[in-house]
Design a protein around this ligand. Structure first.
Ligand code: KG4
Ligand code: ZN
Length: 348
């Protein structure tokens, strides 16, 4: 294949409740990415009344938005679709109905425009969201992905070669944030609302034990913590004051973040990466960003975090991962593209 040095890629992400499309330019020789456009339609308002993502509604909303958003992304990038070198799309993990809208749009456009297609793992998109600012990353990497659907520790000797060294045994970190936020009657999605409320609370007011603290492994568990917060909540005299709610939010957040920080620090000591990266919606949590950075820097290891706007689901990370895979000739025919709601990053 004749490879241009400047590669233009359209990235499509529809794995959950964000319809996101980005067009990026990748300069292979300089290993630099440039965002030409990024359009994102959030479904937050649509799902708010259910207190969580309603899968059927999510796929319908993706279906309505995907083509207009692709069109807008192309217009905003000021390119013709003929200038695209490849189309990258999330094939999993995620909600099947949502993933199918993105992959169907991508494979249809690949067929009618005659463009190569690249399938990207959603978690790899979160990892690549770190690269837009800074591509000079020292390997090996230790990556903490914490989102609404995932909590995983991944070790990578290079991009594309991932080893999962720990994961949640039950709820994901973001899911726990969302559930406790619902208990405290906060707006959906709960993570941002709960962390804001926690700023006004005393994080030492209620003591919750650190999950899986005694285990010498890097797995997480948040369902016991969730139950402990629920019991604490039930034991409180009603109506609960705003201050008590804030104290409960702060104490819960402290325990969950301490667990993420502790396991990531322990894994850093064992695996000795050169760089620790974070990604996923929970990576936008200020306490996690500050506490983890402090702990990793103490270990004399480089710590990197994406911009807050790129922690949650986005099209930029998918397009960047797609561009690199395209240069490695990891192309798939539109006929072979299928979704995998449980796709594992270790099999990328
Ligand atoms: O990565 P993401 O957009 O979607 C998934 O792949 O799941 O992550 C969304 C999750 C939600 O659970 C949301 O509550 C959580 O990230 N989140 C936060 C914060 N911002 C978003 N959790 C804690 N603190 C935050 N500031
Ligand atoms: Zn995500």
């Amino acid at each position: 294949m004749v490879m241009n040095n400047n590669i233009i890629v359209l990235g499509i992400e529809t794995s959950c409740d964000e319809t996101a499309v980005a067009i990026i330019k990748y300069h292979k020789k300089n290993n630099r990415f440039m965002v030409l456009s990024h359009i994102l339609a959030s479904q937050i308002k649509l799902h708010a009344k259910y207190g969580g993502v309603f899968p059927e509604l999510a796929s319908r909303a993706h279906e309505q938005k995907i083509i207009p958003i692709i069109n807008r992304a192309i217009l905003k990038a000021k390119i013709d679709h003929k200038a695209l070198d490849a189309i990258a799309v999330t094939y999993g993990p995620g909600l099947v109905g949502s993933l199918l809208i993105g992959t169907t749009a991508a494979s249809t456009l690949s067929y009618i425009w005659g463009k190569p297609l690249v399938a990207v793992n959603h978690l790899e998109g979160h990892i690549y969201s770190n690269l837009i600012k800074d591509t000079k990353i020292k390997f090996p990497l230790l990556i903490l992905i914490a989102s609404g659907g995932h909590t995983e520790l991944i070790f990578a000797k290079k991009f594309g070669e991932y080893q999962m060294i720990g994961q949640t045994l039950d709820d994901a970190a973001g899911e726990a944030f969302d559930k406790i936020a619902k208990l405290l009657d906060l707006a959906y999605p709960g993570g941002p609302a709960l962390s804001q409320l926690a700023q006004k609370g005393d994080s030492n007011k209620y003591k919750f034990s650190l999950p899986l603290n005694q285990n010498n492994n890097f797995n997480f568990s948040f369902s016991g913590l969730k139950t402990a917060v629920l019991y604490q909540f039930k034991s409180l005299k009603k109506p609960i004051s705003e201050q008590t709610k804030a104290d409960l939010a702060a104490s819960f957040q402290k325990t969950l973040i301490d667990s993420l920080v502790k396991k990531t620090s322990l894994a850093t000591l064992k695996y000795k990466p050169s760089t620790v990266l974070i990604g996923g919606g929970v990576a936008s949590n200020e306490k996690l960003r500050v506490d983890l950075e402090e702990n990793i820097r103490k270990l004399k290891i480089i710590f990197k975090k994406p911009d807050i706007s790129l922690c949650t689901d986005n099209g930029i990370g998918i397009a960047c991962a797609g561009a690199v895979k395209f240069t490695e000739n990891k192309i798939i025919s539109w006929k072979d593209l299928s979704v995998d709601s449980n796709a594992k990053i270790s099999r990328v």
